[in-house]
Unconditional design. Structure first.
Length: 178
């Protein structure tokens, strides 16, 4: 009787482990490229068409005109990537227009039409008490250097400093970037 309980307990533990592994892999499963999906990328060019489907036969839904803009890859099909932008719009972009270079938008959810964008401090260290290096407007693209899950070291034009990770769109909550 004791042996049956142990075997049943082992089976339950194995099933729980399989379920946890499946859930974890579903969150960042490798796509057709072998890279994790979802993931963040950035635009290589100042003019990139986002299409309604994975092919040039599909109509253009949107034209991006901002090199370095971060996008989230949510699906892959051959040489096409289904992406989502900071506003939640999604469509398909040819993979050759995307870069693995990591960038992020500063507080894109704070940008309001007709209102001046709010500003936040780019700090000289990873602390709220650290000295500001510059004031950065919401909607600006930051180049990500490193992130520790709380703070990201970034460069914006000629300035380098730290911004809280939760104030950036283009890196996942708690994600570490080295």
């Amino acid at each position: 009787m004791g042996r049956r309980r142990i075997e049943a307990g082992c089976r339950r533990a194995l099933l729980a482990l399989v379920a946890m592994t499946a859930a974890a892999s579903a969150q960042t499963a490798p796509g057709a490229s072998g890279l994790p999906v979802p993931r963040f990328v950035s635009l290589k060019s100042d003019r990139v068409n986002m299409r309604k489907g994975p092919g040039t036969d599909y109509p253009t839904a949107w034209v991006y005109r901002r090199a370095g803009l971060p996008l989230e890859v949510i699906k892959e099909f051959e040489g096409w990537r289904q992406v989502r932008d900071a506003d939640g719009a999604s469509g398909w972009v040819l993979q050759t227009f995307l870069s693995g270079r990591r960038t992020a938008l500063v507080l894109p959810w704070e940008v309001k039409q007709g209102a001046p964008p709010p500003k936040i401090a780019l700090r000289n260290d990873d602390s709220e008490r650290a000295r500001p290096v510059a004031m950065v407007e919401a909607g600006v693209i930051a180049n990500l250097a490193t992130c520790d899950g709380r703070w990201c070291q970034v460069s914006i034009e000629k300035f380098r400093g730290y911004i809280e990770q939760k104030k950036l769109w283009g890196i996942y909550e708690g994600e570490v970037l080295k």
